[in-house]
Design a protein around this ligand. Structure first.
Ligand SMILES: O=C(CO)COP(=O)(O)O
Ligand SMILES: [Zn+2]
Length: 208
């Protein structure tokens, strides 16, 4: 099981990297292990170079117990899991359009992007902006913990998205949906737009 999870995590990392959804050694991914604890990506490794035999293991308290040194954003991942007991995976990227939106001056920090499409509402919902902290700053963990219970998708200002999902695929798909919606939002700047109405958005949350 752990071998399959290791392979799936690396396949997703390779795919994200190959499609330009994160760059250099940016981004990190974690997944909950059925036997307890987490598999997380090592620090300073490009998503395109992830190796199933070279992943970091954390115990159930979030302590590094095996493998290479884990991502410096480990506390960001553990803060998400701490606030969301149903989360099975967390993806953090530096995807270009999401980062661009995180830098805009006049965005609503409580709900950054409008409900442009149904899939955005279904997979992301209300995107919360988190104030800027330097990467790896543990203070980011406590700030994220305060918002993560209400929001599975967060946008770190001047940095990038961090998204929790029930499993790796859900977290990946929601992060990709967020990136595509950020791109649409930027494409639509200067145009009058007609987002989904609150009733249309609400219906997507309550119906299958
Ligand atoms: O995205 C990153 C920092 O925010 C990448 O850091 P790591 O290489 O430590 O995972
Ligand atoms: Zn980052």
């Amino acid at each position: 099981m752990t071998t399959a999870l290791r392979e799936e995590l690396c396949r997703i990392g390779h795919s994200l990297y190959a499609r330009g959804l994160t760059f250099g050694s940016s981004g990190n991914i974690s997944v909950r292990r059925p036997e307890g604890g987490w598999i997380v990506t090592p620090t300073n490794v490009a998503m395109g170079d992830l190796d199933p035999g070279q992943l970091s293991i954390l115990d159930e308290n979030g302590n590094w117990i095996e493998g290479p040194k884990p991502t410096k954003e480990t506390f960001l991942h553990t803060a998400m899991y701490g606030a969301r007991r149903d989360a099975g995976a967390v993806v953090h990227l530096h995807s270009t359009h999401s980062v661009a939106v995180s830098v805009l001056e006049d965005i609503d920090p409580a709900d950054v992007l409008p409900a442009i499409t149904a899939y955005y509402v279904m997979k992301v919902g209300a995107l919360r902006l988190i104030p800027y902290f330097r990467p790896g700053d543990p203070a980011l963990g406590s700030t994220v913990a305060g918002f993560a219970a209400k929001h599975h998708a967060l946008l770190l200002a001047n940095h990038g998205p961090v998204v929790a999902g029930a499993d790796l695929r859900s977290a990946q798909y929601a992060t990709e949906e967020l990136e595509e919606t950020a791109k649409l939002f930027l494409l639509l700047q200067g145009h009058k737009i007609r987002p989904l109405t609150p009733a249309q958005a609400e219906a997507l949350k309550t119906r299958p």
